[in-house]
Structure formats: structure tokens, C-alpha cells
Design a binder for this molecule. Structure first.
Ligand SMILES: Nc1ncnc2c1ncn2[C@@H]1O[C@H](COP(=O)(O)OP(=O)(O)OP(=O)(O)O)[C@@H](O)[C@H]1O
Length: 318
């Protein structure tokens, strides 16, 4: 039976009078990798800081390993929150971080840490404050990976890392996750890069949740139709179009829902191409919500949880 490691209900956060989280609900299942996605300032770091007990919430219910995390030593000993901007004592070197980490993480794997130091070519004898941005990210990734914490939270773990290093991180994360299953929550803007790692995504926009779906279900959540604009208009009429991109007489539209036989036949008859929508494009389509300039590009924008939509479809066919 799967259980939830994290449960959040009606979570709000205010800084002074400014509300940055406006009532968020979601759950994270044990031993899954979940992506927390959203545009700059959406509220991802705030959520992660609250989950890891570094910030108090303003209101709502929060349950991490069955307890409220803020100032709960029992919860904090089971999780690892890492980010490139982590603060360390003034004179600390990466070697000090790796030496002290086992004091905080009982599952610490020193061998894995040493291997990752080699992989990321991390100069462990250099003071932390002298490290490059990518090297700081490498420190955070090594701590996050080698801690083998039951819940590991990565806040944009790739900042400053080159493409090779990012690829290595994803490979190691997947391999280590298969061998030592645990729960991972990762915020990222590089959605396509991690799409194969993620089982679930929660998308936040301006402090509110706009999408909460299994990645598998998200693949069925929308499709594209590409070809001459006029023919596309005929084929998609009456359907919910999330996004339209047009160039000259050609267009590509993202349509909400799964591509059924009817639209496939209509598209084939007019020589139009039906294709899948990548997770990044899907999130971008939903991310346009409430943005007047971007919304002008769209018609009938209708963000719906994939599961909710499936339930609605099932209701119609019953
Ligand atoms: N200490 C603070 N005081 C006031 N406002 C804050 C504070 N921390 C964050 N905010 C505001 O809260 C909002 C959410 O910030 P947060 O860092 O959670 O966003 P994010 O989704 O992680 O963004 P990014 O992708 O750019 O890292 C932003 O508008 C930010 O300016």
C-alpha cells in the first residue's frame, strides 16, 4: 500500500500583507520523484522551505511524516533540503561539509559522496565562498544524494551546472533511486530534461496550484495539431484550445484532452499532423493562465487536472 510522506491542505503564506501562497493542497507519495514546477516567483522555494521546517506557514494543514515540520527534530532528521544558496560557516570547505554531513544524516553514504566528488570534479579543499555557482550546486547535489534521506528536497539543483554535469546528476539520481528508493521533491525550470525522471508534477502559479498530475496522465492531457491554419480551425472547432502558435499560413495548436478517433480521422483527411505534447509545452500552456498578454494568444484556456478530466469523461460515457 502506498502512503503519503507529505500532505498539504489549504497552505497559505504571507510576508507582511503580501500573500505568496494562496491555499495550496497536494500530497506526495512515498518513494516517488515529484517535480514542483512554475514560473519565477510562483512560490516553489517558499513551499519547500515550509515543508523542510525552515519557514513557518501562515495557515493551513501540513503533515510531513505524520507531523508538522516546523521545529520538529523528529521530522527534520528524516529529510534533506538542498539548494545552491545554502549557507555554510565562513571558513568551511567542501571537505568540511562532507565530514560533518554524517552527523546530520544517519544513512549518509561516504562512498557515494566520494564518487560524486570525482564525477563533478569538486575541489574539496577550496573554501565554499570561493566556489563557482556550478560547484556550489555540485556540493548541494552531493549532500542531497549521499544523505539518502527518506525525503530529499532539491531546489533547482542545477544552477550553474553545465549540460554534462546535469546529465550526470540525473543519471546518478535515477540509478541511486532505483537501488535505494526514497521520496524526492525537485523544483526545476528545465522540465524536458527531467521529464523522464518524474512520476508526478505539481505546477504552481502565483501561489496557487494549477496542475497536479501523474506524468503518465499528463501525456494524455493534450495533443497538438499542425498544418495549414485554416484546416486546423475546421478540425479543432468546438474543442478547448490551450495554445496557438502561428507563422504565415501555418499553425500548431495545443488541444486539451486526448486525441480521439474523430479528430484523428478529420486531421488525416486534411493532411494535418497530430502529435504528442511534451511536459514542458503542456506546463507552458497552463502557465499562461491569468497572464493577459499571453492569454491573448489562447482561446478557451481551461486548466483542468488530468484525473478530474478523466472522471468527467467517464461520467459522460456512463
Ligand atoms: N522573505 C520574503 N519576504 C517577502 N517576499 C518574499 C520573501 N521570500 C519570498 N518572497 C516572495 O514570494 C514569492 C514566491 O517566491 P519563491 O522564492 O517561493 O518563488 P519560486 O517559485 O521559488 O521562484 P524562482 O523560480 O524564481 O526561484 C515571490 O514573489 C517572492 O518575491
Amino acid at each position: 500500500m502506498t502512503r503519503n510522506v507529505v500532505e498539504v491542505a489549504g497552505l497559505t503564506k504571507k510576508y507582511g500583507k503580501t500573500e505568496v501562497l494562496g491555499g495550496i493542497d497536494f500530497a506526495i507519495q512515498e518513494n516517488t520523484i515529484t517535480g514542483l514546477l512554475g514560473r519565477n516567483g510562483a512560490g516553489k522555494t517558499t513551499i519547500m522551505s515550509i515543508l523542510s521546517g525552515q519557514e513557518p506557514k501562515t495557515s493551513g494543514r501540513l503533515n510531513v511524516f505524520g507531523a508538522e515540520p516546523f521545529e520538529s527534530a523528529g521530522v527534520l532528521s528524516r529529510l534533506c533540503f538542498v539548494r545552491e544558496s545554502q549557507k555554510y560557516p565562513e571558513d568551511f570547505k567542501a571537505s568540511h561539509v562532507l565530514k560533518t554531513a554524517p552527523w546530520f544524516f544517519e544513512n549518509w553514504d561516504a562512498e557515494l559522496a566520494a564518487e560524486l566528488v570525482e564525477v563533478f570534479r569538486l575541489p574539496v579543499g577550496t573554501r565554499i565562498k570561493k566556489l563557482s555557482r556550478g560547484q556550489l550546486s555540485a556540493v548541494a547535489i552531493i549532500v542531497g544524494m549521499a544523505s539518502r534521506a527518506e525525503l530529499t528536497i532539491f531546489d533547482e539543483p542545477y544552477l550553474g551546472l553545465d549540460a554534462t554535469a546535469r546529465g550526470l546528476f540525473y543519471d546518478y539520481l535515477l540509478r541511486d533511486f532505483m537501488e535505494h528508493p526514497r521520496t524526492v521533491l525537485m523544483s526545476t525550470h528545465l522540465i524536458d530534461e527531467v521529464a523522464n525522471l518524474l512520476e508526478h508534477v505539481v505546477v504552481i502559479d502565483r501561489g496557487r496550484k494549477v496542475l497536479d498530475t501523474d506524468v503518465e496522465a499528463a501525456r494524455e492531457a493534450a495533443f497538438t495539431v499542425a498544418g495549414p491554419a485554416q484546416a486546423i480551425d475546421d478540425v479543432v472547432r468546438g474543442r478547448s484550445v490551450l495554445r496557438t502558435q502561428a507563422l504565415g499560413g501555418l499553425a500548431s495548436v495545443t488541444v486539451d484532452g486526448a486525441a480521439d478517433e474523430q479528430i484523428r480521422a478529420a486531421a488525416a483527411a486534411r493532411g494535418l499532423e497530430i502529435g504528442p505534447v511534451g511536459l514542458q509545452d503542456l506546463v507552458s500552456a497552463y502557465g499562461l493562465m491569468d497572464d493577459p498578454a499571453a492569454a491573448a494568444l489562447t482561446h478557451n484556456l481551461r486548466p483542468i487536472h488530468a484525473r478530474q478530466r478523466r472522471e468527467q469523461q467517464e461520467e459522460v460515457t456512463r
